[in-house]
Design a protein around this ligand. Structure first.
Ligand code: GRF
Length: 217
């Protein structure tokens, strides 16, 4: 299933794009987006935060900011495939209910099925903690260190049916230092993520086609 690629509308600061942020963990990326939003006139507005459990620490950031936030744990269904599809349906329902125009994955640790991706393709964005196409998957820092990389960083990209394979929107580099642990590198990359992601979301909301033209041109 290869759904069509539909970009969000060009938003304005008086009518900002309605974004939903999806998280699984502590939500430091979410916090950086909410903070950026609160310090100026932006082309996007976070209307909903969703997590794949009720325990995700990041839900607290949303609540503090007065933003609706919902934990949607996996439903209790024995068949794994059915369970995954039902979970995505529940997420999709909430996204529709809030008239979501752009989905922002910020440390959301599940891979979406092609069924879900096809509904949101062009309006589904992720940040990955490496300079893609290098080190895709769940162990980017471990893989960068094992490879002896001297430069790493982060990548904002559209989500497609693959794992971290969608069109690249923006990247930011950080050095890998001698003796770095996975945690050291992760923290340094997160600083870069927190600077890059909110600005990139704002730029996409203002003029989404800019990013596609640049890729295809
Ligand atoms: C970030 O490094 C992100 O790139 C990766 O997961 C991490 C999420 O961290 N996909 P947090 O939950 O935003 O603190």
């Amino acid at each position: 299933m290869d759904g069509s690629f539909t970009l969000p509308r060009d938003a304005s600061t008086s009518d900002p794009l309605r974004i939903a942020v999806l998280i699984s963990g502590g939500g430091s990326g979410l916090a950086s987006i909410l903070s950026y939003e609160s310090f100026g006139s932006r082309f996007f507005r976070t209307v909903l935060v969703l997590a794949d459990s009720n325990e995700a620490g990041g839900l607290g950031h949303a609540r503090k900011a007065g933003i609706d936030s919902i934990g949607i744990p996996l439903p209790e269904i024995g068949n794994k495939k059915e369970q995954r599809l039902k979970h995505e349906e529940l997420i999709h329902e909430q996204l529709e209910k809030y008239n979501t125009e752009l989905i922002i994955l910020a440390g959301y640790m599940r891979i979406f099925t092609p069924v879900f991706v096809s509904k949101w393709k062009g309006r589904l964005i992720n940040i990955h903690p490496s300079l893609l196409p290098k080190y895709p998957g769940a162990h980017a820092h471990r893989d960068a260190l094992a490879d002896g990389a001297v430069i790493s960083g982060c990548t904002v990209h559209f989500v497609d049916e693959g794992v971290d394979t969608g069109r690249i929107i923006a990247q930011s580099e950080v050095p890998v230092l001698t003796g770095d642990s996975i945690g050291d590198l992760q923290e340094r990359v997160k600083v870069a993520e927190h600077a890059l992601y909110p600005r990139t979301i704002d730029a996409i909301a203002e003029n989404p086609s800019l990013f596609i033209d640049r890729q295809d041109g």
